[in-house]
Design a protein around this ligand. Structure first.
Ligand code: ADP
Ligand code: MG
Ligand code: MG
Length: 906
């Protein structure tokens, strides 16, 4: 069985095998080689070996294959491993199926021994040879021998200080030789052994360590956050080194084939002359731009030949991969080599723009465009931006702390956290946080996730912070060089300003501005077009790309998308975002409004039915107005209205002041209010006297609500509309509850319909939100027009705790692995999801055409939507602002079912 695949000189054994086998990096190297793009030769050990290593297997099984691949590599590179005259040096690189930037390890310049370093020096100069050797010692020492990296860094700092130089580039050959000597010494002290001086021993040490880096903590965290399965494993690629650190005609760099922030079709990237590997992303020196910008420093201006070659590569790769690529390249003495290509991470803005542009360019079709945009990415396009005027004023007041490169668009305000741990701790208390670092490293991942925004003072647009923030959709600014982070004083400073950890700052990820204090925000461009109407559609390219993606999505989805809306204004937003109806209109919100609550309390305190009816009669016209407003917005779209749900005590005052005020308003004694509040108290508020049970004991409440709905519908019809009300009974657990209330609804509706002399179509259905209802669905469905799963309550009742409890112990549960994930943020298929599946199936057993929807939080969660599509629901209903996300997620669920590839950005 073949597990090692060579590539080199235009031939790649692994071409076409793909990321599953070769990992993203290995697959990219194989494809580029096969395309005839210059790639240093090498071989890739497939991902399945990683799983074996994780299980404790030795590497002996692949030894013969690796040895023969090495012979081929030596031949292709025309250099020999361990040859003191002309040594072959290699990199040993990790690369998983889905890109995990910087999470695992890579070792460069392997093969340098006390002998070969001399050979290298004789051929290419001492300075170069010692620079390679010290980089190798540091990486190998860290990754394989587990010597803390900062010890090597300290050695380097000391030598720099002693020589009075600040940049690595100013170190002489002798300085570097001294660093090498010290590094070797550190290894000896730390491990009790000399640094391994046999290239083969080095190689096997590195291969094992890189496989094991799959299991390091930061890689595990990253996988958890990005839902990458633990058993995928990493591949290992061993590749001949090329040297970007061979003087001023050499360089190393990274490039995107399009702008990863805006999506604009322009070449985008950075490079550093006389540098190697990670130097560009590490932010040690300020990288230079690729495209000529008049500075005379760009690649285009300084190395025009290599730049032209890179342009050709860019075009060929986009044609081949039909997606925006993120490249790593090295130029060795004016000759260009490609070291990596992958589908580039991008912002939501770039995702919609690139997908629609590529359709126009004929690279992909509309269906693929839909699969290219992650539903969550649309949230970025709706996220607020700073108010321009207020920001200008803040700048005038001198609150501009500095500027950096805009790396993740959007506006973020938060309290400053200077470490990832602080960010996590502060965010845990519900505070918005901006994480401020010199640069981020993979260890910071949890802090970056917890933060609303990320600011770094070093590094370019391709630095770790920028790449990770884009992937997470975080607002981010990098390389704000005027700002310094002072850990000793726990503050950040620029020339004349400073702010302490815990203070508020505002960062604009679209312009790169960092401001002291809290700025207010205003709606995004898409919102200004869609909802506010303050920008004309034809003036917004972002809005155009956004609507095109959603139109393509609509043509491909089976699931309907509705919104949860309680007011005419919410209904309007929902409709403008493309909701096809209202899946949940909660009527109790209408009861809480200041003017109405008095009448509601009067109703609750009433002693007789007549008194209660009199109070309800005061509420009736107000409810009717609400419903009419909603019908006006929704036209003939279905509107699901849930009759009163909460227990009555929720409407009564709880503090003495309000009790006194209410007593005066209603002309009753405060004792009476106390007594009633006490009498209505529930021991189990979730399951007590509420919902349909309240409807059964106090039919006059539902009668009033039904009357209000149908009078509103009649009024709407007289205005020429065709309202489509659907009455929903909450909290049903048994068929009898539903049947009783269905009769009540129908009787009340018929009365109003007869009075109005109109035909008003309507439906009566129920919310399935207690586990019993899901199990008894085949009884409840008999006389029921529709089901709507209330997954919020269903989650609480299934897990036995509410969202409020979650704050205290759920994170612990998840960290300890007691629960796989937050059941409130994503549907757990084997808890609530299973009940949804059972309820749907049983309901349709007796009524095959039963309409089934979902109106809990999960209706706007892309992964849950995929599940709802799978179990055959008719629609999902979510908050108005998530309607676009749900439309796209529903389309992608349909496409996934058809087995069209999902995201290529993964
Ligand atoms: P990561 O996955 O963290 O990006 P890589 O395997 O891509 O790690 O390697 C880290 C850095 O080293 C990259 O900048 C890469 O371009 C560079 N590099 C890797 N292999 C070679 C090589 N054979 N020659 C020159 N540079 C290399
Ligand atoms: Mg890389
Ligand atoms: Mg409920």
């Amino acid at each position: 069985m073949k597990r090692v695949y060579s590539f080199g000189n235009g031939v790649a054994e692994g071409a076409g095998l793909g990321k599953e086998t070769l990992g993203g990096k290995g697959a990219g190297l194989a494809e580029m080689t096969a395309l005839g793009i210059p790639v240093p030769p090498g071989f890739t050990i497939e991902t399945s070996v990683c799983a074996d290593v994780s299980r404790g297997a030795s590497l002996d099984g692949i030894r013969p294959e690796v040895e023969s691949a090495l012979v081929k590599l030596e031949h292709d590179a025309d250099k020999h491993f361990g040859d003191p005259e002309n040594p072959l040096l290699v990199s040993v690189r990790s690369g998983a199926r889905s890109s995990m930037p910087g999470m695992m390890d890579t070792i460069l310049n392997l093969g340098l021994t006390s002998r070969t370093v001399k050979g290298l020096a004789a051929r290419s100069g001492d300075r170069f040879a010692f620079d390679c050797r010290r980089r190798f010692l540091e990486m190998y020492g860290d990754v394989v021998l587990r010597v803390p990296r900062h010890e090597f860094e300290k050695a380097m700092k000391e030598v720099k200080k002693a020589r009075g130089v600040s940049s690595d580039a100013d170190l002489s050959a002798a300085d570097l030789a001294e660093i090498v000597r010290r590094d070797e010494q550190i290894v000896r002290q730390r491990t009790g052994h000399d640094f391994p001086d046999d290239p083969r021993e080095q190689l096997w040490g590195a291969i094992g360590a890189v496989f094991r880096s799959w299991e390091n903590e930061r890689a595990k965290t990253y996988r958890k956050l990005h839902h990458i399965p633990d058993d995928w494993g990493t591949a290992v690629s061993v590749q001949a080194m090329v040297f970007g650190n061979r003087g001023e005609t050499s360089a190393t760099g990274v490039a995107f084939t399009r702008d990863p922030a805006s999506g604009e079709r322009k070449f985008y990237g950075e490079f550093l002359p006389n540098a190697q590997g990670e130097d560009v992303v590490a932010g040690l020196r300020t990288p230079r731009p690729l495209n000529a910008d008049g500075s005379g420093l760009s690649l285009e201006e300084t190395m025009p030949r290599a730049y032209a070659d890179l342009q050709l590569v860019r075009e060929r790769l986009e044609k081949r991969f039909r997606d925006m690529q993120d490249l790593e390249f090295t130029i060795e003495e004016d000759k260009l080599y490609l070291l990596q290509t992958r589908n580039g991470k991008r912002t939501g803005f770039a995702a919609v723009r690139i997908a629609t542009d590529m359709v126009d360019e004929g690279l992909i079709d509309a269906e693929e465009a839909v699969a290219r945009v992650e539903p969550e990415q649309l949230v970025q396009l709706l996220a607020p931006i700073f108010d321009g005027k207020e920001k200008d004023a803040a700048v005038k007041q001198g609150r501009l702390l500095g500027k950096g490169l805009p790396a993740g668009p959007g506006a973020a305000c938060g309290r400053i956290a200077l470490t990832a741990e602080r960010a996590v701790a502060m965010a845990g208390k519900g505070e918005p946080v901006v994480l401020v670092r010199e640069e981020t490293s993979p260890e910071d991942i949890a802090g970056m996730h917890a933060a609303a925004g990320i600011l770094t003072t070093r590094g370019g647009a391709t630095s770790h912070a920028a790449v990770v923030a884009r992937g997470m959709g975080r607002t981010c600014i990098v390389g704000a060089g005027e700002i310094t982070v002072d850990h000793a004083h726990k503050e950040i400073r620029s020339k004349s300003l400073k702010a302490a950890e815990g203070d508020w700052i505002s960062i604009d990820g679209t312009t790169g501005e960092v401001l002291i204090g809290k700025l207010s925000t205003r709606p995004s461009e898409v919102l200004q077009v869609t909802i506010e109407g303050t920008i004309k559609p034809e003036d917004s390219a972002v809005h155009r790309a956004f609507t095109r993606i959603l139109e393509w999505a609509d043509a491909r989805r089976r699931l309907g998308v509705r919104a949860n809306a309680d007011t005419p204004n919410d209904a309007r937003i929902a409709r403008l975002f493309g909701a096809e109806g209202i899946g949940l209109c909660r009527t109790e919100h209408m009861f809480f409004e200041a003017r109405r609550i008095v009448a509601v309390r009067e109703m609750i305190l009433a002693e007789t039915l007549a008194e209660r009816r009199a109070a309800l009669a005061k509420i009736l016209p107000m409810q009717r107005e609400d419903f009419l407003g909603i019908f006006r917005e929704m036209g003939d779209r279905p509107v699901t209205i849930r009759l009163l749900d909460p227990p009555l005590h929720e409407f009564l005052p709880h503090d003495d002041d309000t009790m006194q005020k209410t007593a005066t308003e209603l002309g009753v004694s405060i004792e009476k209010i106390r007594e009633r509040t006490h009498a209505l108290k529930e021991t189990n508020p979730m399951l007590g006297h509420r919902g349909c049970r309240l409807g059964i004991t106090n039919p006059e409440i539902y009668e009033m609500q039904v009357r209000a709905i149908f009078e509103a519908a009649a009024a709407a019809m007289r205005e020429g509309l065709h309202p489509n009300p659907e009455i929903m009974i909450p909290l049903v657990g048994a068929r009898g509850e539903f049947e009783r209330l269905r009769v009540l609804v129908e009787d009340s509706a018929k009365k109003v319909i007869a009075e109005a002399g109109l035909e008003i179509p309507y439906k009566v259905g129920t919310m399935i939100e207690v586990p019993r209802a899901a199990l008894r669905a085949n009884r409840i469905a008999l006389n029921c027009d529709f089901f709507s799963f209330g997954t919020n309550d269903l989650t609480q009742m299934t897990y036995g705790y509410s969202r409020d409890d979650v704050g205290t112990f759920l994170p612990v549960y998840i960290a300890e692995g007691i629960l796989p994930e937050d059941p409130f943020s994503s549907l757990d298929q084997y808890g609530v999801g299973e009940l949804v599946a059972i309820g749907t199936r049983r309901g349709r057993e007796v009524k095959p055409k039963l309409k089934v929807g979902i109106c809990g939080e999960h209706g706007g969660d892309p992964r849950s939507i995929e599940f709802f599509n799978h179990v055959g629901l008719d629609y999902v209903s979510c908050s108005p602002f998530r309607v676009p996300v749900a439309r796209l997620a529903a389309a992608r669920a349909s496409l996934a079912e058809k087995n069209v590839g999902t995201s290529s950005t993964a």
